[in-house]
Design a protein around this ligand. Sequence first.
Ligand code: KG4
Ligand code: ZN
Length: 338
Amino acid sequence: MTFFTEPILAIESSCDETSAAVVQGREVRSNIIASQIEMHQKWGGVVPEAAARAHVEAILPVIREALSAAGLQLGDLRGIAVTNRPGLVGALSVGVTAAKALAFSLGIPLVGVHHLEGHLMSVYGLPEEIPVPHLSLIASGGHTELVAVWAPGDYELIGHTIDDAAGEAFDKGARLMGLGYPGGRAIQQAALGGNPKRYPLPRGLRGPTRDFSFSGLKTAVMRLVDTEGAALSVPDAAASLQEAIVSVLAERVLRAADELGFETVTLVGGVAANVALRERLQAGCTQSGRRFLTPPIVLCTDNAGMIGLAGSFRLARGDRDDFSLEAQANDALFGVDE
Ligand code: KG4
Ligand code: ZN
């Protein structure tokens, strides 16, 4: 499989990070991320209108910085890749409009990238060969999907969440425990030294399913916080919540890999930044003789580097979009709408 050998600019603005990257082949030459987290902390979550406006302010400086960190100028670019789906339409439109304007004025090819394909392709930012087929877990704030990657561009959905995403379970749990937004890293920090067995929390769907359910966990944490009141041990509650999420994710992935005969497992998406989850899957894969690959954390949480890797693959394959490219709120990468 080949990647586009010339430098391309990638843009990501689907949610609350404005990001631009320069990618050449499989090399991420620069990856600049402007986070809106501080702004959204005030409201405890992402406010779409505010997010779109913040992208407008950040997009040009972020592009300029990505070029300068790669030691390039606009004229050196040979392609533009941009996340155009799925996500907040107002937020996505900022990146799509900038990408179209650049591709038009520079006279270079443009390709729209599916955000989840960006996450799936983020493993190509690792230096080693990436075996296909492999089984990938995408765990982020909006998605929890178990995907068979037969080859780049050829994906099959094996399992998915029937309600909340894994990242949402971290975020909502953190909010209930008064740990703020975004919750994943806060829970991970608070859980250090906590007892994961202190508070029994539900594990969602039982039995031989490959799907996930996290909404019961949120309700259980709500009840726990209510009943314990001031007596609640936040480290123990955080450790118990992290354990509930990590154990379900790892169990489903390892069982599916076993049943379907995958020799390689990959972990991508914002929740892949979770150290306990990385360690659990690494240990499970080592034990069962599988290879486990997960990108460096900067390529796990939303970033344009992963969009550039997917774009580099798509441009090399000859995929092109014209200037009718539009932001789309929803689009199924796997043949079903999530
Ligand atoms: O992929 P991402 O940056 O954005 C989406 O596409 O949704 O994922 C964001 C999610 C948030 O829910 C955040 O709490 C979670 O990833 N996250 C973590 C950690 N770092 C970020 N969850 C658990 N542990 C972490 N260290
Ligand atoms: Zn994402």
